[in-house]
Each structure stands twice: as structure tokens, then as C-alpha cells.
Design a protein around this ligand. Structure first.
Ligand SMILES: [Fe+2]
Ligand SMILES: [Fe+2]
Length: 300
């Protein structure tokens, strides 16, 4: 089948788009001397987006201190510009893709649960290793598999065949996709990330989360790669993708170790136990970011 599907996706005219404000915020944030005022005014141009960002800033996931954060300006002061930009990116992508319908709603629900779990576990790894990735690891985890949404939506039958094949053979989804569709969710997602102008580190994570050795941003891609495996191990998987593995033998783990991160400080048994409650945190995140309608439509 060669590259036919990837080429077809590149020419689709009705691919989902990102809210224009999100694109503007990402581009503004790349400028080194952007002011807090400019960013907060930009987010305010999209009031529902601004409201969701503030709601998340005040949620259990981000809230710092006892007082409610009442303005975006204050949120940026307290949380830092990067974290607020990352929240804006997450909320925007979820609003663009979270409402996309699937013929198999149950699989779609599991998909989002898996992605959110990956983001949350990546955040715990970042904290444990003191990497200060400033929320980029969460966005990367949340978005790592977005190519699957496009494959499911536009090539549903083949995508379902790949899904069945991965279960039958107990192989990775990307191997089954390659065989049935001639491309993978990584390639499709990478194309979408570039089309949307998502930051290069996100595009890199999307393309290389199954083989972080090839990544340009090796540290963050490795974190997401490990988080992806752990999310699968916690049964927050969205395919037949739940193979057993030894974490210490995985590329991501080896890369971080070689970079000098204190991998031995992670007691794997204890860490796995600690992420055992991630399902509850996933539900809480979904409740915070989505409206009742969204939740009924897509996530939970
Ligand atoms: Fe993946
Ligand atoms: Fe994944």
C-alpha cells in the first residue's frame, strides 16, 4: 500500500483545525520578550478558552496556594508563562479533537483516558527526576497518539483491522498499522503537528515516542515514551498494545540513564504502586477540562 494513506491525509481538506487564538499564543510564546499582558490579552480573545484555562489553573492539577487565581495575568505570574501556554495548548487540542466522533465510542473513550494517563504519568516522572520540563511533558503525553484519531476518522475500517491484528498478534499498534495501512499513527500525527504549527518538541514526541533513540528532544521524548508504557501497563491502553516489558531495558529508560538522570532513585515497584490511582486522576482531569456535553460525546 506504500505511502498512499499518508499522501491522502496530506491532501484532505477537512482535517480538524486548531482555534486561531491557540496558534497565536504558541507563536507569541516563541518570542523571548513577550509580555504577560500580551499573552493574557491574546487568550482572552477566545472567552471559552480563557475560562477553561483559568478553571484548570485553579484545579487540583495546578493550583498553588490557598487563594483562587482570578485572572490569567495572575495565573501566568504564579505558574509561569510556559505552564500557562502549555495548558492553553492542551485545552485547545482537546477542544479540536475531543469532540471528533468515532464509530467506536468505547475505543475513543479509552483513547483519551490513555493519553491523559500518559500525560499525568509523564508529569510524575518529571517531578521524580527533577527535570523541570514545565508542563511540556504533560502536553507531549496528552498529544503523543493524536495520529490515531485521524486514522480512526478517515480510514476507520483499516484502523479497526489494525486494532484487531495488534490484539491477535500481541504486537504494537504501530506495527499492525504499518502492515494494514502502510503508515503509522506517528507519521500521521507528526504531519498534523507540523500543519498546526505545534512546537517542534511536540512534533518530535509524536513521531518518536515508540523509538526515542531517533528523537531530537531525547529527554522529553524518553519521559513520554516511558509514561506511555506505564499507562499501558496500568491498563489504560487503547489497543492490543498491552505487551509485557522490562522497563529498565526500554530505550527511554536507557537514554535518560545515559544522560545522567538518577534513574536508580526510582523504585519501580513503588512507582508502579503510586501510579495505580492514576485512573481516578484521569477522570478528574476529564471533568475539569470538558463540559457535560463534551463528556457525553467523547471522553468518559
Ligand atoms: Fe503511540
Ligand atoms: Fe500511546
Amino acid at each position: 500500500m506504500d505511502r498512499l494513506i499518508l499522501q491522502t491525509v496530506k491532501h484532505l481538506e477537512d482535517l480538524p483545525t486548531l482555534p486561531s487564538v491557540a496558534v497565536e499564543v504558541m507563536s507569541l510564546s516563541r518570542s523571548p520578550d513577550v509580555s504577560i499582558k500580551t499573552i493574557s490579552e491574546c487568550i482572552h480573545k477566545d472567552p471559552p478558552l480563557a475560562a477553561k484555562v483559568l478553571k484548570l489553573a485553579n484545579s487540583a492539577f495546578y493550583r498553588r496556594g490557598a487563594h483562587e487565581i482570578e485572572t490569567l495575568h495572575r495565573a501566568i505570574l504564579l505558574m509561569g508563562l510556559n505552564e500557562v501556554v502549555n495548558i492553553t495548548t492542551s485545552v485547545s487540542v482537546l477542544s479540536s479533537l475531543g469532540s471528533r466522533k468515532s464509530q467506536e465510542q468505547n475505543i475513543r473513550k479509552k483513547f483519551w483516558q490513555h493519553c491523559i494517563a500518559t500525560g499525568l504519568i509523564a508529569r510524575r516522572i518529571d517531578t521524580r527526576l527533577h527535570m523541570s520540563l514545565q508542563g511540556r511533558e504533560f502536553v507531549g503525553g496528552l498529544l503523543h497518539d493524536i495520529g490515531k484519531i485521524i486514522l480512526d476518522e478517515y480510514f476507520h475500517d483499516q484502523f479497526m483491522q489494525a486494532h484487531a491484528l495488534s490484539i491477535e498478534r500481541q504486537c504494537s499498534m504501530f506495527e499492525a498499522e504499518q502492515e494494514i495501512l502502510g503508515t503509522t499513527h506517528m507519521e500521521i500525527g507528526h504531519f498534523l503537528a507540523q500543519k498546526w504549527g505545534l512546537p517542534p518538541y511536540i512534533a518530535d514526541i509524536i513521531l518518536n515516542h515508540h523509538h526515542p533513540r531517533d528523537a531530537r528532544f531525547k529527554d522529553i521524548t524518553s519521559v513520554v515514551s516511558i509514561a506511555n508504557l506505564l499507562a499501558k501497563a496500568s491498563e489504560l491502553s487503547c489497543g492490543g498494545d498491552s505487551m509485557s516489558f522490562v522497563l529498565k531495558d526500554q530505550q527511554g529508560w536507557q537514554i535518560l540513564k545515559k544522560m545522567g538522570h538518577p534513574m536508580d532513585s526510582i523504585d519501580l515497584e513503588r512507582f508502579s504502586f503510586e501510579i495505580g490511582d492514576i485512573g481516578e486522576e484521569v477522570k478528574e482531569y476529564i471533568t475539569t477540562v470538558s463540559d457535560q456535553e463534551d463528556r457525553e460525546r467523547a471522553y468518559a
